[in-house]
Design a protein around this ligand. Structure first.
Ligand SMILES: C[S@@+](CC[C@H](N)C(=O)[O-])C[C@H]1O[C@@H](n2cnc3c(N)ncnc32)[C@H](O)[C@@H]1O
Length: 213
């Protein structure tokens, strides 16, 4: 009986904490628009994220190949970057382009700790990519597109920098306040000349891949 009461109180406390966490997150984000503040970047590296969006299984859906040059748009503090760099290997390269220098600093620290040398943090805006046309084999965005106000322009830029047939991947999670619904993403990418390759569900989210025509 005592154990049951203890378990119930524990669950209530957990529920209250989780609600508070969600409330603070939403309140912080509400009305601001634009990118997640660097002060909240730690949430992107939270151990529980491994259950919702496990790094390797998500990256495996992006079709990254050894030797490829890959653009990771909006890497934040680099939750996916280290493993992506391992997948493309020493002959490949991950260009990690983010709007916020603070995120890039955290990312650089993480890459340094993991002794990753084939990933380069680069400051820039998704709507004006500082990359040459047809210069990347693949690009991916995880919970990034919803933070970009001019999404058609970002898609046009991604199309420009991808090689013909290059793969563009998105992964979205419902835990992100800027979640992009599957139907919106599909419509937008089709309108911008991408062809859908795959769509698969995850815990509270999905991954979609497209080919640049
Ligand atoms: C929610 S975080 C996701 C970070 C990482 N992809 C992950 O899943 O852990 C979104 C990231 O996109 C970046 N971002 C937002 N708008 C951007 C833009 N217009 N151009 C480049 N990066 C942008 C933010 O600075 C932030 O680091």
């Amino acid at each position: 009986m005592r154990a049951l009461r203890f378990a119930v109180y524990g669950l209530i406390a957990l529920w209250a904490l989780a609600s508070l966490y969600v409330f603070v997150w939403i309140r912080e984000r509400y009305g601001r628009g634009g990118p997640i503040p660097v002060s909240q970047a730690g949430m992107l590296l939270h151990p529980l994220r491994g259950w919702l969006q496990p790094v390797r299984p998500v990256l495996d859906k992006f079709g990254l190949r050894p030797g490829a040059t890959v653009l990771e748009l909006g890497p934040g503090p680099g939750y996916f970057s280290v493993e992506a760099a391992r997948i493309v290997g020493p002959e490949g390269r991950i260009v990690c382009l983010d709007l916020q220098p603070g995120m890039l600093q955290m990312l650089a620290g993480r890459l340094g700790e993991a002794s990753v040398r084939n990933a380069c943090p680069l400051a820039g805006d998704a709507t004006r990519l500082p990359l040459a046309a047809a210069s990347v084999d693949a690009a991916f965005l995880v919970t990034v597109l919803g933070e970009i106000p001019d999404r058609p322009q970002a898609l046009a830029e991604l199309r420009r920098v991808l090689k013909p047939g290059g793969v563009l991947s998105f992964s979205e999670s419902l835990t992100d306040p800027d979640y992009v619904f599957q139907a919106s993403l599909r419509d937008l990418c089709r309108a911008m000349g991408f062809r859908e390759l795959s769509c698969s569900g995850e815990r509270l989210g999905y991954t979609m891949t497209f080919a640049a025509a």
